[in-house]
Write a protein that binds this ligand. Structure first.
Ligand SMILES: Nc1ncnc2c1ncn2[C@@H]1O[C@H](COP(=O)(O)OP(=O)(O)OP(=O)(O)O)[C@@H](O)[C@H]1O
Length: 906
């Protein structure tokens, strides 16, 4: 555990002083691999060496003995350490980087055997990366802390989440129900999740964090101290109260405390830049659970790639920061009508102004990644290029603000864009002026390389540089002087790191220099196969002049670097605000570009329960068809009206039937995606769209096996269906695609039937329900607010042609065998299948819809309530268990218990 109390360490007897130091530092960082700096390498020893050599594929060697045994060792060169770090972090390791904290010469002064002082300067963990090389520029890298709210009696357990992207300083707090944690983690996608010991021992929480693909780090409970969190935040932000940023709960402050304590520990005291925290209130976000996110391929396709996801399809941002923003952290789909419309106003304005949009995008493209440069500077890991980036970004911010305001003069900017322009205009011009006065055109990657301060900025520096360069010129001149004095035309003055400057002549000429009169000037240093090398006092003097001038010049440059960094950090608040504004502007301009490029329209978003789409399209399928020149996407209408609205206007549930490959799934998902886009403030792929705000979105496909997690297909389906039936409200939007196919036909049909009835009667959500069970089409006749829809096909000489048009009404038959033919099933199999089908139909092997309709009672809302007032034992038992908190094994056991109860009742 990070930051737990540690026993004082004592090295065993007879260990070398260096090993004793190593063991002590390792003992204090037992849960990390220790990168122990030795010269130009980070070395690892013992178990760390074995683990790292396997993980990195590098050689395992030995170095000396410890308690009579060989010490395994492996190492990575310091200059290439980033690559190795990245691999280790990706594999889930954490790394403690231990540096020499004094000059070896200093150590020598303490005695020949004294060990150079070393200390861990940083813990590298998946959630605390700042290096450009370790991060994806276009994605946030969040570290999230979870804290369980004290639970009142009879209330649902809730958790507070605090998240930080330490590479940009973005800080967010939120609270959600325990059951919504997977969805929240899927949205934030943290690289690492911190939990107190109590939560760490909760198998349900562990499983959820694991499923979100994040590393779990247990921390001492004491880190989650809300009073400390509040104090630390106020101090860091220099404010007396946090009220201006949101109404943080004690649990949120505790989560923030856990987060900040951990950051401080891993960064060994250095605190990152912090942007004012944002409180995301879960009741103003469209809730999308983890399964729905995966199913709709919001940020990742089913293949696990960005390509093919909704994000890839709609992202037209031109800066890395804009892409990070678009990825979902800040413009998360909202349920706040005013906010959604304000965002749509911004997109609409830029969509209508092509010239302005183009100018803004051109300027944004040239602007550097301000957020990440700022964060590196705050950490003391900044480079001259980061300073250059800050200066350039301020310039870009002013130019963009001016461009926006110029446009706004005539037309009046919408609220969001006005806010952006104001924040951009406040970027500190004085900081930009000092940076541009100080910095050279070409900037080195490292401050230690020097040469980044431009001539004329600092007289002292200019003088030292002149001294250094003058001496170099004198040396260059000495070659000619020596050649003439000795009569050796081939004499050269050279330089290497061992001898410094020296004179080199061929072996043939060497005697001239070793004999009088030259022997006095030339001091023999080295004899090579063909050459002999000499030094002279003059050269040595000049050399030490150069070295000392260069050293002093570098020291002066580093001072200037520190001064400029301090100046930048003093304006941190305005710079952070400007950097967020740059990202937002890019985000809006990108959405406007998308709208124009692909003819997306502005949706009408309001508080109604309507969902009316005219000629809607699927964002990803449309683009794939276009890319592959596979024809046009056929737009389809969809009209639904949920429980709170007037369900007579339109059905609340559509049962979609039709042949495989006919376009059912595409139709279902495009409508769910349109909801996501609209509520995120984006235009949507349709001819027109009217959307009454959706509070929760669910999308499920009849599950594929999830054997890796030890659940059967059917179990997954049922757990997920249960989640929907328990959570969907009259404002929700539910997409169910072939639910129930994971079990025997009749069971599956019955469950699909009952689920649809329940959604219709109890949840009263807007529902799209695709199914292969034709029998379900009968339901639409029985349920007042359900209707049938089907995807059109044409039959032509025993072939079917898909038209991809969705029309009202039921499919007259299914076309499984036709599709099997398209898939290339051998002809004899197809023929035999046709014969079997004909027999079955003749023998009426399928249940008649009417029979089923008669057998199965509806879930009338009233009946459901009546049942609720006198719960049976079975219901009581059911209510007690929480499917989300169960392991697959527990779920199966629970099912057996329920069965037993049922038999008892009977
Ligand atoms: N509206 C449309 N316009 C053009 N092509 C479409 C349209 N809808 C679907 N398609 C094409 O048809 C393919 C199959 O669609 P989809 O997966 O939605 O069918 P399905 O009815 O759900 O099939 P199954 O029942 O086998 O899952 C899509 O990948 C796409 O190429």
């Amino acid at each position: 555990m990070i930051g737990g109390t540690k026993e004082p360490f004592r090295a065993p007897e007879g260990v070398t002083p260096m090993m004793a130091q190593y063991l002590e530092i390792k003992a204090a960082n037992a849960d990390s691999l220790l990168f122990y700096r030795m010269g130009d390498f980070y070395e690892m020893f013992f178990e760390d060496a074995s683990v790292a050599s396997r993980a990195l594929g590098i050689a395992l060697t030995k170095r000396g003995k410890h308690l009579g045994e060989d010490i395994p060792m492996c190492g990575v060169p310091v200059h290439a350490a980033d690559d190795y770090l990245q691999k280790l972090i990706a594999l889930g390791h954490r790394v403690a980087v231990c540096e020499q904290t004094e000059d070896p010469a200093e150590a020598k002064k303490r005695g020949a055997k004294a060990v150079v002082r070393r200390d861990v300067v940083r813990l590298v963990t998946p959630g605390t990366l700042t290096e450009e090389s370790l991060l994806d520029a276009r994605a946030h890298n969040f570290l999230t802390a979870l804290f369980r709210e004290p639970q009142g009696e009879g209330t649902e357990p809730r958790l507070a989440l605090a998240s930080i992207d330490i590479s940009t300083g973005e800080l967010i707090a939120a609270t959600c129900k325990l059951t919504d944690i997977p969805g929240e983690l899927a949205r934030i996608r943290p690289g690492e999740v911190l939990v107190g010991e109590d939560l760490a021992s909760d198998a349900g929480i562990r499983a959820r964090i694991d499923e979100a693909g994040a590393a779990l780090t247990p921390c001492p409970r004491a880190h989650f101290d809300s009073a400390r969190g509040e104090r630390a935040l106020k101090e860091r932000l220099g404010v007396a109260t946090l009220d201006a940023f949101g109404d943080f709960s004690r649990a949120e402050l505790a989560a923030l405390a856990g987060l900040l304590t951990y950051v401080e520990l891993t960064q060994v005291g250095r605190m990152p830049l912090l942007r004012p925290p944002r409180r995301e209130s879960a009741d103003r976000l469209l809730l999308i659970d983890a399964a729905t996110r995966t199913n709709l391929e919001l940020v990742r396709s089913n293949q696990g790639t960005r390509a093919g996801s909704l994000l890839a399809a709609i992202d037209r941002t031109v800066t890395a920061a804009g892409a990070r923003d678009s990825r979902g952290a800040s413009p998360a789909p909202s349920t706040d009508v005013a906010l959604v419309n304000a965002r749509l106003d911004a997109v609409g304005y830029l969509a209508d102004e092509p010239r302005l949009r183009q100018d803004l995008r051109d300027a944004l493209k040239a602007a550097p990644d301000l957020a990440r440069s700022l964060s590196r500077l705050a950490f003391g890991r900044g480079t001259p290029r980061d300073l250059g980036a800050v200066g350039a970004a301020i310039g870009a911010a002013h130019a963009l603000a001016a461009r926006l305001l110029r446009a706004g003069d005539a037309l009046g900017l919408p609220r969001e864009l006005m806010g952006i322009a104001e924040r951009l205009a406040q970027a500190p011009a004085d900081v930009a002026a000092s940076l541009s006065a100080a910095l050279a055109e070409e900037l080195p990657v490292n401050a230690r390389d020097g040469g980044f301060v431009q001539p004329g900025y600092d007289a002292g520096l200019d003088e030292l540089r002149a001294l250094r360069d003058g001496s170099r010129k004198v040396i260059a001149g000495l070659q000619a002087t020596y050649a003439e004095a000795t009569g050796i035309k081939s004499l050269k003055v050279r330089h290497n790191s061992v001898l410094g400057y020296f004179v080199e002549v061929t072996a043939l000429h060497a005697p001239t220099l070793t004999a009088p009169p030259h022997a006095e000037t030339f001091i023999h240093r080295q004899t090579m196969a063909n050459a002999v090398r000499f030094s002279t006092t003059e050269l040595s003097d000049l050399e030490s002049k150069i070295t000392s001038a260069a050293d002093r010049a570098l020291a002066l440059e580093l001072e200037i670097f520190a001064k400029l960094t301090a100046e930048v950090m003093a304006a941190e608040r305005q710079l952070s605000a400007a950097s967020a504004a740059l990202a937002e502007l890019d985000h809006y301009a990108g959405l406007a570009e998308l709208a124009v490029e692909l003819r997306y329209v502005r949706p009408r978003v309001d508080d109604s329960a309507v969902f009316a789409i005219e000629e809607g399209r699927h964002p990803m399928v449309e683009q794939t068809l276009r890319r592959e020149q596979a024809g046009d996407f056929i737009g389809n209408d969809c009209r639904l009206c949920g429980g709170e609205g007037d369900r007579n206007e339109a059905p609340s549930a559509l049962v979609v039937t039709g042949p495989n490959m006919g376009g059912k799934s595409t139709f279902l998902r495009q409508n769910a995606l349109i909801v996501v886009l609209a509520q995120a403030g984006a235009f949507v792929p349709a001819k027109s769209a009217h959307i009454g705000l959706v509070d929760r979105l669910f999308s499920r496909v009849g599950a594929a096996d999830d054997l890796a997690r030890g659940r059967s297909t059917f179990m997954v389906e049922m757990v997920e269906t249960a989640a929907i039936l328990n959570q969907a409200t009259p404002r929700s939007f539910v997409v169910l695609d072939e639910i129930g196919r994971g079990t025997a036909t009749f069971d599956g049909l019955s469950i699909a039937w009952a689920a649809l009835e329940y959604l219709h009667e109890v949840n009263r959500s807007r529902v799209l329900f695709a199914t292969h069970y034709h029998e379900l089409t009968a339901l639409a006749d029985r349920l007042p607010h359900a209707a049938n829809a089907t995807v059109e096909v044409k039959e032509w000489r025993e072939e079917i042609v898909f038209l991809y048009r969705v029309k009202m009404g039921a499919a007259d038959r299914s076309y499984g065998i036709h599709v099997a033919k398209l898939a290339g099933l051998p002809a004899p199999v197809l023929k035999r299948a046709g014969a079997v089908l004909a027999e079955l139909e003749k023998a009426d092997g399928r249940p008649k819809p009417a029979d089923l309709a008669g057998d199965l009672p509806l879930f009338q809302a009233a009946a459901a309530q009546e049942a609720a007032s006198s719960p049976s034992k079975l219901e009581e038992a059911l209510r007690d268990f929480n499917p989300d908190a169960m392991t697959p094994k527990e779920a199966i056991e629970a099912l057996y218990r329920l069965r037993a109860l049922l038999e008892d009742d009977a």
